[in-house]
Design a protein around this ligand. Structure first.
Ligand code: NAD
Length: 243
């Protein structure tokens, strides 16, 4: 970071589980941060009420806040009744975020993707970002996340914008509104008397504080290739997905 201009952050989806933790960690290290979301919860930071499918709302928020680094965590939650919302927000909305970032001259865009983008229903063991998206997506949610991620990576370098995508799997911790709720609902339905597989199945869960920290580290490492060369890491690449 030495010698680099300090970033000003906009956390899109900053009222959510992951977004909130990112905001807290940015505040804790003394950074300037604003939130863009359709709902306001939690923070005492500048809040921009808006929908990511509206590019003009994004442009206004980025300009007013003086944002140089956008962290895009917004997504409908898994389990929506109408799956078209996934494509509207995760694909069209992500396109609008990229367009707004380029139009305003923002320098960095960090995207919260999902490990589900490469899940096809089978086991995924010791895989990394070289694994292609499945020909048959597992479901619409994961398909929309994959399409959103592909857009983010393709935008790397556009108008000087640097992009990166992170792929968390399950996330746990305070403020979680999905994982524990799902487990508890299974308990309430009395679905505790069977197991999936032979009891050796593995699944990655990451503590939300670590997921949030990964976003900060990714943003910090997202520097033009000249600086990145100095630590022998080509972050300025369209395969810069951190799994
Ligand atoms: P969350 O629902 O708690 O937070 C998402 C936030 O995005 C919410 O505050 C919501 O209001 C906002 N949002 C939704 N649609 C919007 C729109 N059109 N415009 C503006 N804001 C909008 O979800 P989360 O668990 O914090 O997930 C954050 C990201 O992490 C998502 O992109 C999700 O796909 C990804 N992810 C989550 C998990 C998990 O286990 N929670 C796992 C892997 C990936």
């Amino acid at each position: 970071m030495s010698g680099q201009q300090k970033d000003v952050y906009l956390v899109i989806g900053g009222s959510g589980f992951v977004g909130r933790n990112i905001v807290e960690q940015l505040l804790a290290r003394g950074d300037i941060v604003s939130v863009f979301d359709i709902v306001q919860r939690h923070h005492d930071v500048p809040f921009y009420s808006g929908d990511i499918t509206e590019e003009s709302q994004l442009i206004e928020a980025i300009q007013k806040s003086g944002t140089t680094c956008i962290i895009h965590t917004a997504s409908p939650q898994h389990g929506a009744k109408d799956s078209s919302i996934y494509y509207k927000v995760n694909v069209d909305g992500t396109k609008a975020v990229i367009a707004a970032a380029v139009a305003t001259g923002a320098r960095k865009l960090v995207y919260t993707s999902s490990a589900g983008v490469v899940f096809d229903g089978g086991d995924c063991i010791n895989i990394d970002e070289r694994v292609p998206y499945p020909e048959q997506p597992f479901d619409e949610y994961n398909d929309s996340k994959a399409k959103g991620e592909a857009l983010i990576l393709a935008a790397n370098g556009k108008g000087g914008l640097l992009t990166v995508a992170l792929r968390p799997a399950g996330i746990f911790g305070p403020g979680d509104r999905q994982v524990m709720q799902g487990l508890y609902q299974a308990y309430q339905r009395g679905q505790t008397h069977f197991q999936v597989g032979d009891n050796n199945n593995l699944f990655d869960y990451t503590y939300v504080g670590n997921v949030a920290l990964a976003h900060l580290v990714a943003a910090d490492k997202l520097v033009p290739s000249q600086s990145a060369d100095s630590d022998k890491t080509d972050w300025n690449s369209d395969t810069a997905t951190l799994s």
